[in-house]
Design a protein around this ligand. Structure first.
Ligand code: NAD
Ligand code: K
Ligand code: MN
Length: 356
């Protein structure tokens, strides 16, 4: 029997509620399946750790994760600690430290969900947004000078490297090629950002020649928001920069019903390091600690984790269980207009897995 070593990092806020729920789903799956088991190691990094140690994770934290098969992450963000400290001190440290340069964010309208885009037939809405996850607007290059003085100034430099842009575009073209519609939309803002984004467009044209069977087009990011709302069926695979795709994928999640259902994988496509899976939402300060968090985004992230491990049958089993549960409005959490709790949804998904 195969053993997969999984690191769990709940982090902060509702991360502490949804990650244990995700672990329960993996355990239910292992119980129902004799081909593999999981060995979990939990890491209590995040805001509480910061209050005790002055850092979000230990200096040798990456070494503790290095030999894992995958990481299940919750959220970094604490009401009492500035957001840039929590984000850079934990999630980005892992993403950048393990060169998880491809962030993959699927969007579909799940059964039973009253989504703003529900007029779109489910078979017409099957997006995957690929987010560049290692540089761009989040390169960390910049600075702040003359703080508090009239001449105060600050920069955050958008840094795109040819290597970084080539590899994310190649990943996106390859992903598009593997999907039925073989279609890719490359999103930029090359009218305004006339250096980095123009280079991105040029590299897209170069990489496209390697994928003659992929139909591709370009869209400016502002126009893209309107296209997602007005012509959703014209989109399939989408690739955008770190910042643009961050924003577009929250829009995508809301259009599909809620931030609480959307998953993501921070992937190292070369499998040199463990990849990390997480719901796209944050710590949700307004509902944390109340048992109201929707765990579906984490469960769908578990599906992506299983696919990454090559356990496609098990992944499909979890996805089917999720869809059975979302189809029942009595099992909707507050963000979907229902009254179910995190525990109720988790139990229902675990039962559906056991019965499948
Ligand atoms: P958020 O995603 O935490 O919350 C936005 C809104 O969506 C809130 O009203 C929240 O209640 C709701 N929501 C989110 N997830 C939900 C779920 N699973 N079930 C039900 N409702 C849900 O975004 P925010 O308020 O901008 O950020 C809060 C904190 O989280 C900040 O510190 C931010 O930096 C951090 N954050 C972290 C990550 C990450 O770790 N990957 C991502 C986004 C935000
Ligand atoms: K998250
Ligand atoms: Mn985000």
């Amino acid at each position: 029997m195969k053993t997969y070593r999984i690191a769990t990092i709940p982090g902060d806020g509702i991360g502490k509620e949804v990650v244990p729920a995700g672990q329960q789903v993996l355990e239910a799956l292992a119980t129902a399946n004799s081909n593999f088991r999981f060995e979990f190691e939990n890491f209590d990094w995040g805001g509480d750790y910061y209050r005790q140690h002055g850092v979000m994770m230990p200096a040798d934290g990456l070494d503790a994760l290095r030999d894992k098969d995958a990481i299940l992450f919750g959220s970094a963000g604490d009401p009492d600690i500035p957001d840039h400290i929590t984000l850079w001190g934990l999630r980005l440290k892992i993403c950048q430290g393990f060169d998880q340069y491809a962030n993959v964010r699927p969007t579909r309208i799940l059964p039973g969900i009253d989504a703003p885009l529900k007029r779109c037939r489910p078979e017409d809405l099957n997006w995957v947004i690929v987010r560049e996850n290692s540089e761009g607007e989040y390169s960390g290059v910049g600075g702040r000078v003359h703080q508090g003085h009239p001449i105060e100034a600050a920069t955050d430099v958008t840094m795109m490297t040819r290597v970084g842009v080539e590899r994310i575009l190649r990943f996106a073209f390859r992903l598009a090629q593997s999907r039925p519609r073989k279609q890719l939309t490359v999103v930029t803002k090359s009218n305004a950002q006339r250096h980095a984004m123009v280079m991105w467009d040029q590299i897209a044209t170069e990489i496209a020649t390697e994928f003659p069977d992929v139909k591709w087009d370009k869209e400016l990011v502002d126009a893209m928001t309107a296209r997602m709302v007005n012509k959703p069926a014209t989109l399939d695979t989408i690739v955008a920069t770190n910042l643009h795709a961050d924003i577009l994928s929250d829009l995508a999640a809301a259009l599909a019903g809620s931030l609480g259902i959307a998953p993501t994988g921070n992937i190292d496509p070369e499998h040199r390091y463990p990849s990390m899976f997480e719901p796209i939402h944050g710590s949700a300060f307004d509902i944390m600690g109340k048992g109201l968090a929707n765990p579906v985004g984490t469960f769908w992230s578990v599906v992506m984790l299983l696919e990454h491990l090559g356990e496609n049958e098990a992944a499909a089993r979890v996805m089917k269980a999720i869809e059975q549960v979302t189809a029942n409005p009595a099992l909707h959490t507050g963000d979907l207009g229902g009254q179910a709790t995190t525990v109720q949804v988790t139990q229902a998904v675990c039962e559906a897995i056991a019965k499948a």
